[in-house]
Structure formats: C-alpha cells, structure tokens
Design a protein around this ligand. Sequence first.
Ligand code: C2E
Ligand code: MG
Ligand code: MG
Ligand code: MG
Length: 277
Amino acid sequence: MFREGELMQLAQQPAVATDPLDRILAGGEVSPRFQPILRLGDGEIIGYEALARGPEGDPLHHPADLFSAAMAQERLVELENLCRRRAIEAFQAQSLPGKLFLNITPDTLLQSDFQPGVTRRLLQGHGTSPEHAVVELTEHSPTEYDVLRQAADHYRCMGLSIALDDLGTGYSGLRLWSELRPDYVKLDQHFIRGVDRDLVKQEFVRSIQEIALGIGCQVIAEGIETAEELRVIRSMEVPLGQGYFFGYPQAEPPRSLPPGALGGAAGAEQRVGRRFQ
Ligand code: C2E
Ligand code: MG
Ligand code: MG
Ligand code: MG
C-alpha cells in the first residue's frame, strides 16, 4: 500500500518513456538489415530484403518481439512506417543495386490508420522509383482475403511489385497465390531445409516451380543454408534464392557475391559465421 505522500509524489513525476516500444518509437531506434536475393543461374544479386531490428541487446531487438509488442499496444502502423522509412533511407544512401523487398504484417492492413500510399511517398521522397520496390505479403490467420487482395491492388497501381511470403505455411497457400497473382512467391524455408535428403520436399518444390512457370510468377527459395540444398534447388530451375549460404542479413550488405558463391570451395566457406544476428 502507498501512503498518501508517496502517491502524490508518483503523480507529480514527469512521464518518462520506460516502455521499450515507446522508447524505440519515440527515438526512431530501428535499423534495417539487408539480405541479398540472387539469381541462381549466375549468382547476380537482384535485390535485398529489408529486415528490421530494434536496438542491439534490447528485449525488442528481434522483429518478432518488436512487432508483437506493437500489435499488443495498437501501434503497428507507427512501427511499420518507421521500419519502412529507415529501410528506404538506408537502401538509397548505400545505392544498393536491384529491388528493395519490404515486409508488411497482415494485421497492419486491417488498421484504420493504415495508408498504402505512405510507401510510395517515402520511396519517391528518397529518389527511389516505386518500380524498384516489392511488397511481401503473407497470411497467418484467416483474415479476409479481400483485404489482402485490395492491398495488393493498391500497391500494384502505384507501380510496386508483389511477393507472396512464406508460401506453404500458415494461410499462405495456393488459394492466396491464385487470388493475389503475385509477381514472386517466396517458398518457405520449411521446404528448403534438407530438401537434398527428402524426396517429398523435392516433389513439392518441383510442382511449385511448374505452377509458377505456367502463370508467369518467379519463385524465390527462402532459407538456403547448404551447398547440397542449393544444388537440388538449382537442378529444379528455381530462378531465385536467398539464405545464410549466401549471406546473413547485414546493415551494409555486399553489392555482389564473390566468385564461387554458387558452390564449390569458396561458396562452402561462407557458411562459417554467426547463425543468428
Ligand atoms: P520473413 O519475411 O519470412 O523473413 C525471413 C526470415 O528468415 C528473416 O528472419 C531472416 O533473417 C531469416 N533467414 C534468412 N535466411 C535464412 C536461412 O538461411 N536460414 C534461416 N534459418 N533463417 C533465414 P528475421 O530477420 O528474424 O525476420 C523474421 C520475420 O519478421 C520476417 O520473416 C518478417 O515477417 C518480419 N519482419 C522483419 N522485418 C520486418 C519489417 O520491417 N516489417 C514487417 N512488417 N515485418 C518484418
Ligand atoms: Mg519476408
Ligand atoms: Mg519469408
Ligand atoms: Mg517468415
């Protein structure tokens, strides 16, 4: 129990941002990491996925924690806009080649203060053409597909491309793929992990690639970690890939990959390093 004097004291204290999310949003303390996405035919980097991080050592350093805190406190749009701004600024400041892939949490699309036009204004404000940006949409719950379809249409009208993220997990499935008509599908890392030793996964990858080819959509294999996984994915003519085998998400990523990055001794050496950042 507080005594009367103590309560008065508490009430008179100035409001300080002690909540981690509050502090991060007030100080703009998120920074992007970029992970290359490359053409598996020749190893050329075709773009980078922006992955947000809170301050180093902070309980909200990882995007999953950051975004669930923002969701719980109904500050999702604020956080999305901050991450978006930081990613576009850094992409432009480093003059990174290719396209910028930006994630969007499906719940954001349901918020009343969400405006898809913000992304285009930010891109144009930093001198990046909307044609150089790709919005990654995904689905974790049976949210109305109409909302996702509308968002995809909005972005497309503004000149951005659409990627369906995490294909094959949650509700990111064939129905969403057929309805959104994305330019890219990002095949979830579940199907890539150990694909070299799993004939069932190989059949799934092969079939997804065949559908994509038939409807003019490009597959990005997510989470390639080993030379063996890469070899099998390439043998199925999946055009694009991403994963720790080529590079971890970094604040200042390389503009191109060294010779041998697609395999051989030089490529295998790249696996050595920190697994998580
Ligand atoms: P995601 O969009 O599916 O991103 C891919 C995740 O897989 C990233 O985790 C990435 O670091 C990780 N990854 C990449 N290559 C490999 C690999 O070879 N092996 C393994 N095991 N993992 C790999 P991260 O950075 O922790 O991001 C987690 C999720 O947080 C993302 O999943 C995305 O949904 C969300 N996220 C990240 N940044 C943002 C953002 O700025 N806005 C929104 N709305 N969501 C974001
Ligand atoms: Mg993504
Ligand atoms: Mg993904
Ligand atoms: Mg994911």
